[in-house]
Design a binder for this molecule. Structure first.
Ligand code: ADP
Length: 497
């Protein structure tokens, strides 16, 4: 990074915010209380727009609309092919408005525009087309059982799905949730993260243009303890899907259990190991480990945030990792070629700087970075620590920022034990050219995804989710469908001729 290139005047996002109200029953409406809350530009901390603030009463209205759309509306009753066509039209419209959506996403979140426009939006479009493809391929079985019975299973939509999403990938998380739920014929109340309410409102407006009936997808902006908790604890919500921190995951699971025992899928935090073995190509490993940690300003639940490097290549790796972080281009995310924008908000910014201080205090070696970048907004220098020990806070807790922690290991058995010695289990990276080493590690690691010689591959068909306290259930791929379906067994006696 270059401190000389401190952030000048922020670049104009080139898009206007047209939708700030709640979207309930196909209409943009004010919140019941009339309250609004500001959403901020992470580049400057300045207000982008004031957004309607949904609370319990708005959640009630949205759930009532979703209930009616499910119980009486055409959506669960129309042919699956018709539903698929609407989802495909939605994907087409997102594709058409790719650049505006990406600009809104960057403005509200701070991620590099090129990442939003060229990677994330196309992934979202691809994922919706993938689920549109599933809509008319969901069906039950006929089951051979004892006795003279004809037995079939019906795969029915589960009903009203409550969905709570985080701020790090606002539209991508929206698509992961909405795509499979719609394909299965459900209706939805989605609560966006309070830091990033804008893109989901625009996208859902396009979904209505694509022909989704009113009440099928309702979007409520608002805060967690009010709107989010009301949704998680609602008696008339049939299923809850949540992505966010492990602490909040526990809260929503409890709310779901205390209310109507709605089934819950959780995608929570992580502290993913990235293991560089002795036979690894060090240059490639450095680049991939850098990407695994720094991608999206380090704000990824699956970030490779414990970089374990074999002692035989450790010194070379640390030197090169430091050099790579030092040339990472930090700056206005709207500028071409920028790899890293600002962190989402002042709370995260302060939290990350606190972890950096704790790394220094606990005796890790600060190789590069460690401070804020520039004087305005929430930018942080790409930071690398070496000599990190497993019991340091920076090796145990999720930092969610551009801070790489490099640890040394001697042999496979040891690194397996250390990598698994965490309450998280979201993902892992394994870097080796030896197939036996790869096989040993992939089977031994207690995580939902192992990327071997790659990282952050998120094709729509690949399931994603966590072991242990990183979550429950899987999203994406065919696995996500079962989250949104009920199975009904129908048993009929067979009549003898
Ligand atoms: P983070 O700390 O990264 O913001 P959270 O887990 O708090 O992660 O936030 C993820 C989502 O959960 C957001 O939409 C947030 O508003 C929501 N949320 C936060 N607290 C609660 C809560 N008590 N009940 C329901 N949802 C919540």
């Amino acid at each position: 990074y270059s401190t000389a290139a401190a952030i000048e005047e922020p670049i104009n996002p080139g898009v206007t915010v047209n939708h700030t109200q709640l979207l309930i029953n196909g209409q943009f409406v004010d919140s019941a209380s009339g309250k609004t809350f500001p959403t901020f530009d992470p580049r400057t901390g300045e207000v982008i727009a004031h957004v309607a603030e949904g609370e319990a009463e708005d959640i009630n209205r949205a759930v009532a609309a979703a209930r009616k759309a499910f119980d009486e509306g055409p959506w669960p009753r129309m042919s699956a092919y018709e539903r698929a066509k609407i989802i495909l039209r939605f994907a087409d419209l997102l594709e058409k408005h790719n650049d505006e959506l990406a600009a809104l996403e960057t403005w509200d979140n701070g991620k590099p525009y090129e990442q939003a426009a060229k990677i994330e939006l196309p992934m979202i479009v691809r994922l919706l087309r993938y689920y549109a493809g599933w809509a008319d391929k969901i069906h039950g079985l006929t089951v051979p059982a004892d006795g003279q019975y004809h037995i079939q299973t019906l795969h029915e939509p589960i009903g009203v799905a409550g969905q709570i999403i985080p701020w790090n990938f606002p539209l991508l998380m929206y698509a992961w949730k909405v795509g499979p739920a719609l394909a299965c014929g459900n209706t939805i109340v989605l609560k966006t993260a309070e830091q990033t309410p804008l893109s989901a409102l625009y996208a859902t407006k396009l979904l209505h243009e694509a022909g989704v009936p009113p009440g099928v997808v309702n979007v409520v902006s608002g805060f967690g303890p009010t709107a989010g908790a009301a949704l998680a604890g609602h008696m008339d919500v049939d299923k809850l899907a949540f992505t966010g921190s492990t602490g909040t995951g526990k809260i929503v699971l409890e709310l779901a259990a205390r209310s109507n025992l709605k089934p819950v899928t959780l995608e929570l935090g992580g502290k993913s190991p990235f293991i560089v073995c002795e036979d690894a190509d060090v240059d490639k490993a450095v680049e991939l480990a850098h990407f695994a940690l720094f991608f999206n300003q380090g704000q990824c639940c699956c970030a490779g945030s414990r970089t374990y490097v074999h002692e035989s290549v450790y010194d070379e790796f640390v030197e090169k990792a430091k050099a790579r972080a030092t040339i990472r281009s930090v700056g206005d995310p709207f500028k071409s070629g920028i790899e890293q924008g600002p962190q989402i908000d002042s709370e995260q910014f302060e939290k990350i700087l606190g972890y950096i201080r704790s790394g220094v205090e606990s005796g890790a070696t600060l190789e590069t970075g460690g401070e804020r970048f520039g004087t305005k907004g929430h930018y942080i220098q790409p930071t690398v620590f070496s000599n990190v020990k497993d019991d340091m806070l920076i090796a145990k807790e999720e930092i969610f920022g551009p801070v790489q922690s490099i640890l040394k290991f001697k042999d496979l058995k040891e690194v397996i034990q250390r990598a698994n010695n965490t309450s998280y289990g979201l993902a892992a990276g394994v870097f080796t050219q030896n197939i036996d080493t790869a096989n040993t590690l992939t089977r031994a690691l207690k995580v939902g995804t192992v990327w071997v010689n790659c990282f952050d591959i998120f094709d729509a068909a690949i399931p994603f989710g966590g072991y242990k306290m990183s979550g429950q259930g899987r999203e994406k791929g065919m696995y996500s469908l079962s989250n949104y379906l009920q199975v009904k067994a129908v048993v009929t006696p067979l009549k003898n001729p």
